[in-house]
Design a protein around this ligand. Structure first.
Ligand SMILES: [Fe+2]
Length: 230
């Protein structure tokens, strides 16, 4: 099928899915509102289907404007944040749960501990972020003659979704005293790409990749444990 025709079919399908999601959202009940059987069955019905979500993202990623198409899928998902939370689980520690990984697309759920910070870093691929619980404050940086400089900020609340371009540099803070959880989607293999991060205090450049990020999360959990014990 020609690409243009293919794209038309994709757009039509997304319109149908969006309409279905709008109808479904009219029926959504709070999933943690109580323990009566009616609410419990509503919780089951409103749990996000992770396999379907991933399949929709993979399909959207074939669109001519893949980032915008995937963002549409993500926006629709976090529109019912409790359904995402029910699917990925209540956060209890910092971590990354990979939902999909390929050369052209990485999807994971990331949890920030209370007041966790992540130093400035780039991705070298487009990124979409959707928040399903808590809040994520993004400080946006850009290259400067000397190094990098902060120039803008964006606070993402529950149900917000945002797109970062390929050349974005951002640092992230969870300003809350509770966990923040988000679905993060990247237009490439996030874990197999050597990127750059900038030391939070000196802004010295350091190499970063999936292993470095996982190590940051592990240290963050140790910090939280020590704080809870003190
Ligand atoms: Fe990031």
């Amino acid at each position: 099928m020609p690409k243009e025709q293919d794209s038309h079919v994709d757009n039509s399908r997304r319109k149908i899915l969006t309409a279905a999601a709008a109808v479904a959202s009219q029926m959504v009940l709070p999933i943690f509102a109580g323990v009566d059987p009616k609410t419990a069955s509503a919780a089951t019905r409103t749990k996000m289907d992770i396999d379907r979500f991933v399949a929709d993202c993979i399909e959207a990623n074939t669109d001519n404007d893949s980032q915008a198409a995937v963002l549409e899928v993500l926006t629709r998902a976090v529109h019912t944040p409790n359904a995402v939370l029910a699917a990925v689980g209540e956060p209890s520690k910092a971590g990354i749960t990979v939902l999909h990984r390929s050369k052209t697309l990485t999807i994971f759920s990331a949890v920030w501990t209370p007041q966790m910070n992540l130093m400035p870093h780039n991705h070298l691929m487009w990124a979409n972020i959707g928040i399903y619980t808590g809040r994520e404050d993004n400080l946006l940086w850009r290259k400067s003659p000397d190094n990098i400089e902060a120039y803008s900020a964006k606070a993402l609340f529950e149900s917000d979704a945002a797109a970062l371009p390929v050349d974005a540099i951002h640092s992230v803070t969870n300003p809350l005293l509770r966990f923040t959880g988000g679905i993060h989607i990247y237009g490439g293999d996030f874990f197999d790409t050597t990127r750059t991060q900038w030391n939070a205090e000196t802004l010295a450049e350091e190499p970063s990749d999936g292993a470095v990020i996982r190590n940051i999360f592990e240290r963050e959990n140790e910090r939280m444990q020590q704080r809870n014990q003190s």
